[in-house]
Design a protein around this ligand. Structure first.
Ligand SMILES: [Zn+2]
Length: 364
């Protein structure tokens, strides 16, 4: 299968906004679906759809872009609240069936619940605002009134639908946060994802029975999401029982000013594919086999290790293995330096983390 990465289209408040190719595929289809909602909305205002300017398909296209913006504002509400509570916000991706914000952890269940409510809250707010504005527009401005009614409908639906407790949808996140205060995060996630899967099965069934392709897709998305979150929380629980020092290996470093050619030779000699890089005793990053391969052979003698190294957040030997796992995922490097009192004491990589998941699962 052809895997395409989402395209970054810009950033808002420092948060990269990306669009997944599935959204572009869905665009003409969505335009068609939304075009069909224009006539009923016009009749709601006791007017004749034939009085509207432009073909319905163009209206549909405009509404699809309005939906795109509405989803973006919904996700921004989640992201901005999360950031104010100290969580890292990596990016927002708009997909065919909605948006996804990649947000780091908030440490309190209370923040988690409010963060989940921020999105639907924003959508409902926009919906009510658009509906209120429609009442203020002169009766003769039919096109603007119909557009406002459609934007109101769209946002209120978006808000209400996301409040369904189908974890990992927003309502399900609120449910999990409420459960977590009573039974702990692990059990709460297990219960919430079971509830999410039941809803997901319902969405899929409703999609097949005439609810349409999007409901079907959302069902599939929710089911996979519930499973993934459940797995991740299990992993977090296991890795919370293991320390970095139990999984790390001794690692020598390479010097910042070593040439990439020397590093390549050393990789072959020592059968290692990644090294921490130090400059005057301070860890400045990590250099991997992939970084070496990117430098053309004839230039390897002149390029220094520090020029092609990745920044890598160091972890401490007494940190939970979970912290190292998150750092590896967030920084997208395969190995992290382990630093104790400013000194490099080892390295931890993905396979060590996987060993930690197995060991932590045993230690109960
Ligand atoms: Zn949301």
């Amino acid at each position: 299968m052809l895997v395409m990465r989402p395209v970054t289209i810009g950033s808002i408040a420092g948060i990269p906004v990306r669009v997944h190719w599935s959204f572009l595929i869905a665009l003409p289809l969505l335009a068609l679906v939304f075009g069909q909602n224009v006539a009923p909305a016009t009749q709601l205002l006791h007017a004749d759809p034939r009085a509207l300017a432009g073909p319905l398909y163009l209206w549909g296209l405009g509404l699809t872009l309005a939906l795109f913006l509405s989803v973006l504002l919904h996700e921004l509400a989640h992201a901005i609240y999360a950031r104010r509570k100290g969580a890292a916000v990596h990016d927002i991706t708009l997909l065919m069936i909605g948006g996804v914000s990649r947000i780091g952890e908030t440490h309190e269940a209370r923040h988690e619940a409010v963060m989940a409510l921020a999105g639907p809250g924003a959508s409902l707010g926009i919906g009510v605002l658009a509906g209120g504005l429609e009442a203020l527009v002169p009766a003769g401005w039919l096109d603007l009134r119909v557009a406002l009614v459609l934007v109101a409908e769209m946002n209120i639906l978006l808000g209400l639908f996301n409040l369904i407790p189908a974890f990992p949808m927003d309502g399900g996140r609120v449910l999990r946060a409420l459960l977590a205060t009573r039974v702990g995060a692990l059990r709460a996630t297990q219960i919430a994802s079971l509830v999410g899967k039941v809803f997901a099965a319902g969405f899929v069934a409703a999609g097949i029975l005439g609810g349409g392709i999007f409901l079907f897709l959302i069902g599939g998305f929710v089911f996979l999401g519930a499973e993934a979150e459940n797995r991740q929380v299990k992993m977090k629980s296991a890795l919370g029982r293991v320390r970095v020092r139990d999984l790390m290996r001794a690692s020598s470093a390479i010097e910042a000013h070593d040439s990439v050619r020397e590093v390549a030779a050393r990789m072959v000699r020592e059968h290692r594919t990644a090294y921490p890089v130090v400059d005057h005793g301070h860890v400045v990053g990590v250099l991997t086999l992939g970084d070496v391969q990117k430098v053309p052979d004839e230039r390897r003698g002149r390029v220094e290790a520090a020029d092609v190294a990745h920044p890598a957040p160091p972890v401490g030997p007494d940190d939970e293995a979970w912290t190292a796992f998150r750092a590896i995922v967030d920084s997208d490097v395969p190995v992290l330096p382990v630093v104790d009192h400013g000194e490099l004491v080892g390295a931890i990589d993905q396979s060590a983390i996987m060993r930690g998941v197995e060991l932590g699962g045993l230690a109960r």
